[in-house]
Design a protein around this ligand. Structure first.
Ligand SMILES: C[S@@+](CC[C@H](N)C(=O)[O-])C[C@H]1O[C@@H](n2cnc3c(N)ncnc32)[C@H](O)[C@@H]1O
Length: 228
């Protein structure tokens, strides 16, 4: 990949003025969109694989896992945990390493459904990574950002140590605002300066000289043994 990517640019200079209003709506109305059959199948099949491989082991989710580079590293770092990486792009998942650690499953699914299916099944996480989600930086794209999406409240119910990274500071500031608004928990945006890139996009952004930002939140239900 060429190291000449442009950092997100937006007419938005601070938190979106409609974010609080949108969150109020998200919090007061359950998200009832019917599940797509392929997501339902992907979810139940992945849960069966988990039960066969590591029933009861703490679960780590890499949402928007892309090519799975981070998911592989996490699975190797936490061999006592079971890791699931989810991405909607078959092309991206198809670029993952051929040999995966035995405690890792990469699944093609839409998180809009997969998170809710997990929540409804009572599945809870030790850790949850959401690295470099599409920023949707245009002012009119607010509701496409995860922290303003109707799938966000159910996602927060999955619990665990939740980490989100972005190369757009406003994305992380808004993400923190949404977490605070919906959970009452503290969430702060901080600069992220890794020594080495952990994902395909992090590598591209670092090589392009972008500033990076992240937040780490310990949601209710966090397993302290696996979330330090
Ligand atoms: C900018 S890439 C980041 C990929 C990876 N985390 C990384 O840092 O290299 C964003 C990823 O989110 C995935 N994605 C976007 N919306 C999604 C959804 N609704 N469900 C699952 N994956 C989604 C895209 O397919 C894409 O691979």
């Amino acid at each position: 990949m060429l190291a000449n990517s442009r950092a997100p640019s937006s007419a938005q200079t601070g938190l979106h003025e409609d974010l609080a209003r949108l969150l109020e709506r998200r919090a007061s109305r359950p998200f009832l969109k019917p599940f797509a059959e392929y997501n339902r199948r992907a979810f139940f099949e992945s849960m069966e694989r988990r039960t066969r491989a590591a029933p009861g082991n703490p679960l780590i989710l890499d949402s928007c896992c892309g090519t799975g580079a981070l998911a592989v590293a996490i699975a190797e770092t936490f061999p006592e945990c079971y890791v699931i990486g989810i991405d909607q792009s078959a092309a991206r998942i198809g670029k993952s390493p051929r040999h995966l650690p035995p405690n890792l499953d990469l699944v093609r699914a839409d998180l809009v459904d997969y998170w809710r299916l997990m929540r409804d099944a009572g599945v809870r996480l030790a850790r949850h990574y959401l690295l470099y989600p599409n920023p949707w930086p245009k002012i009119g794209q607010l509701s496409r950002r995860w922290h303003a999406h109707p799938a966000f409240p159910p996602m927060l119910e999955l619990g665990g140590r939740l980490e989100c990274r972005s190369n757009w500071r406003i994305y992380i500031e808004e993400f923190c605002f949404s977490v605070r608004y919906l959970t009452g928990l503290d969430a702060r945006c901080e600069a992220w300066r890794p020594i080495a890139a952990q994902t395909t996009f992090e590598k591209k952004y670092l090589e392009s000289g972008h500033e990076l930002f992240r937040t780490v939140v310990h949601l209710v239900g966090t397993d302290p043994e696996n979330s330090g």
